[in-house]
Design a protein around this ligand. Structure first.
Ligand SMILES: [Zn+2]
Length: 209
């Protein structure tokens, strides 16, 4: 037997993830441990219900793990009066948590695409942003995941995603630089190939400000 053959990694199914998810009690116990680690008494009056509230908050902060972007973008509309020019939704607010420190990063997403066979409801772009934002993230990955979901679902001639966000792990700890923002963007299709289309995207984001 060849000992150099590595076993193939087994893909984790959604079901296995659910089974491995700890119980609510275990999650609350972990929060009590962190409170004690911070130096406080998890049994004092003001903190006694905190683990329950933190676990509830986590359900909300990380609700994106239980959602499917493809489902949200499933319905497209083709009767748009022949409209095939750029569709841009700008200033979509989002909040996420950085996967390195589990502290928030908060900002706005600007999402655009050039329709091919249809358009999606405008609110769907905001919902897709949340599906990925409500997970442990890096801003770079969040940008990529949003644009990939749009490409897969509606096959546009091109797409663009730009995120601007302030990272609390930079404002509250480490270098403590308050007010700095991080900008990421990603283009695909026509928007990746054509500088003029990119310029138009940036101009539309600034328009009327
Ligand atoms: Zn961080």
């Amino acid at each position: 037997m060849d000992m150099n053959v590595k076993p193939k990694p087994v893909a984790q199914t959604a079901l296995e993830r659910v089974i491995q998810r700890p119980s609510r009690e275990e999650a609350e116990a972990a929060v009590r441990t962190l409170i004690a680690w911070a130096g406080d008494n998890p049994n004092r009056e003001g903190l006694i219900d905190t683990p329950r509230r933190v676990v509830d908050s986590y359900r909300e902060f990380y609700s994106g793990y239980d959602e499917d972007a493809a489902k949200i973008l499933e319905t497209t509309f083709s009767e748009v009066g022949g409209y095939d020019d750029i569709v841009l939704v700008r200033d979509i607010p989002f909040n996420s948590h950085c996967e390195h420190h589990m502290v928030p990063f908060v900002g706005k997403a600007h999402i655009a695409y050039l329709p091919h066979d249809g358009v999606v409801g405008l609110s769907k772009l905001a919902r897709v942003t949340d599906v990925f934002a409500k997970r442990l993230q890096t801003q770079e990955n969040l940008t990529a995941q949003i644009i990939e979901a749009i490409n897969e679902a509606i096959n546009p001639r091109g797409a663009a995603v730009m995120l601007e966000a302030e990272h609390m792990c930079m404002s509250m700890r480490g270098v403590r630089k308050h007010g700095s923002s991080t900008i990421t963007h990603r283009f695909t299709g026509v928007l990746a190939e054509d500088r003029q289309e990119q310029d138009r995207f940036f101009a539309l984001i600034r328009a009327g400000r």
